[in-house]
Design a protein around this ligand. Structure first.
Ligand code: CAA
Length: 256
């Protein structure tokens, strides 16, 4: 991989965006690399969860790579947007939990990447924003949709139209991030959250992700899906173990 680093330790994979001199700006090759690594990590049974973070102290990712924009036209611009949508949808629909550990600027495409993750933890110095209208653009990697889902239409409208940035406490108050951690403890806080999830039934976690995602997908009846998964899970060996453990007053063993 040229633009990202991927490490696995103690069942947690960390994908680090690795263009610190460009504040981890997302060129298309970097996005394709994220997609490829996510596919590999999804198949790896040793990996129970994934953290995406940025290299350096200043940025998670300062957006799509603006320096590549002058060479784009209508057709190649749409293709770039589609490529980002494809990979970010892949992250959102992954059956394993993915946390964005936001260690600085998460702007434009950077915020869109963080929003595609299942959970977001921000360092106290993180800064969020959608500055695309300053460039005569709109968010192109799902931001007009996911920001509305996370913080509501009124606030999404405000932040996208004004291009104003928000600090980490504001992002937490708006529900854009799950929590704020001291800068030096960001990765530890993200790992702790993934360890907590890894103790739960992995099949149940994956079905919960799919059901919750269905709530914002107009093509799927999320209530129907929930009933179907609930029945399937009740019949699963994972649930049999979870229920037996409760009755026998012991901890469940979900992973061999
Ligand atoms: N693309 C390409 N390069 C970028 C970049 C980006 N999005 N953001 C920062 N960089 C580069 C800068 O050009 C600079 O490189 P040089 O040293 O070679 O000039 C380097 O990273 C450091 O940046 P700054 O000197 O600007 O750092 P700063 O601390 O003064 O400012 C900043 C930080 C406020 C984040 C500023 O860099 C900035 O405004 N960046 C652009 C943010 C932006 O507009 N993002 C949206 C992109 S469009 C998008 O994402 C579309 C989409 O939805 C798909």
């Amino acid at each position: 991989m040229k633009f990202i680093k991927v490490e696995v330790s103690s069942n947690i994979a960390t994908i680090t965006l690795n263009r610190p001199d460009a504040l981890n700006a997302l060129n298309n090759d970097l996005i394709v690399e994220i997609g490829a690594s996510i596919s590999e990590l999804d198949k790896d049974d040793e990996v129970h969860g994934i953290i995406i973070t940025g290299s350096g102290e200043k940025a998670f990712a300062a957006g799509a790579d603006i320096k590549g924009f002058p060479e784009l036209d209508e057709v190649s611009g749409k293709a770039l947007s589609q490529s980002g949508h494809h990979v970010f949808n892949q992250i959102e629909n992954l059956s394993k939990p993915v946390i964005a550990a936001v260690n600085g600027y998460a702007l434009g495409g950077g915020l869109e990447l963080a929003m595609a993750c299942h959970l977001r933890i921000a360092s106290e110095n993180a800064v969020f924003g959608m500055p695309e209208t300053k460039l005569g653009l709109i968010p192109g990697y799902g931001g007009t949709q996911r920001l509305v889902h996370l913080i509501g239409k009124a606030k999404a409208m405000e932040y996208i139209l004004t291009a104003e940035m928000m600090d980490a406490p504001t992002a937490a108050n708006l529900g854009l991030v799950n929590s704020v951690a001291p800068s030096g403890l960001l990765i530890e806080a993200s790992r702790d959250m993934l360890y907590k999830i890894a103790k739960r039934g992995p099949l149940a976690v994956s079905k919960a992700i799919e059901s919750i995602n269905a709530s914002v997908n107009p093509e799927i009846d999320g209530f129907e899906l929930e009933m179907k998964f609930f029945g399937e899970l009740l019949a699963s060996s994972e649930c049999k173990e979870g229920v037996a453990a409760f009755i026998e007053k012991r901890k469940p063993v979900f992973r061999k």
